[in-house]
Design a protein around this ligand. Structure first.
Ligand code: AMP
Length: 218
């Protein structure tokens, strides 16, 4: 049985991939990087990187590959090799190739790619309810909650959570990020979960644990 400790998560915007990733990271004791949350923190801290990213994120566009690649490389260089999870990266095939190259140079590789495939209608009905913690990135589906259950930070509605922005992000997902899932599928690295109706996150996590176990035995 192969030990799985380096993961990539792929999912459409608001697919629930962040929640699933948090469960997986807690269970397997992995360090996790959510590129979207890290970019938002850079914007809040008014860094040079944040300033560059803002002009794209404001329009619900993907931030250029070079900016995100460098951010992820820095994070990976500072992490030890004991186990990690990348959520929201790679989001283009060029990012996937850059990551492969970076890892190969260090004698490392990704063990599994979790692809959460969720029906578009389901995501649209969720998106209007989503709130995210402005400090730690914790996400809930209860718009009435004002402070974060994890860290006490302020829960806010994300600027890009509206139907117009969603349509743009969905299109980017289909044209740029789905090919990333196919890129890894062609390498036999994908564990796919399909969700067609609303389910409890704990149930989806349980399914994932089972599929990962099967995958590790292959
Ligand atoms: P998320 O929280 O993952 O939905 O990301 C929010 C926003 O951050 C996205 O709409 C992009 O503008 C930007 N972003 C996050 N990750 C990436 C990435 N890997 N490549 C390009 N842009 C990204």
């Amino acid at each position: 049985m192969k030990e799985l400790k380096r993961f990539i998560l792929v999912g459409a915007p608001a697919s629930g991939i962040g929640t699933l990733g948090r469960c997986l990271a807690d269970t397997l004791n992995l360090k996790s990087l959510r590129t979207g949350s890290m970019l938002r923190r850079e914007i809040e801290a008014c860094t040079e990187l944040g300033r560059k990213a803002l002009s794209y994120m404001d329009k619900a566009m993907l931030v250029p590959d070079e900016i995100v690649n460098e951010m992820v490389r820095n994070w990976l260089s500072e992490s030890d090799n004991s186990g990690w999870l990348l959520d929201g990266y790679p989001r283009t095939v060029a990012q996937a190739e850059a990551l492969d190259h970076f890892l190969q140079e260090r004698g490392m590789s990704v063990d599994a790619v979790v692809y959460l495939d969720v029906a578009r209608e389901l995501i649209e009905s969720r998106i209007m309810r989503r709130r995210e913690c402005s400090s730690c990135g914790y996400v809930v589906q209860t718009p009435e909650v004002e402070s974060c259950a994890k860290c006490g930070g302020q829960m806010v509605s994300r600027k890009d959570d509206n139907m117009e922005a969603f349509a743009r992000r969905w299109k980017d997902f289909e044209t740029m990020t789905l090919p990333v899932a196919r890129y890894y599928e062609a390498r036999g690295m994908v564990v796919k979960l399909s969700v067609t109706e609303e389910r409890e996150p704990a149930d989806v996590s349980r399914d994932l644990a089972q599929k990962l176990e099967e995958f590790s035995r292959r």
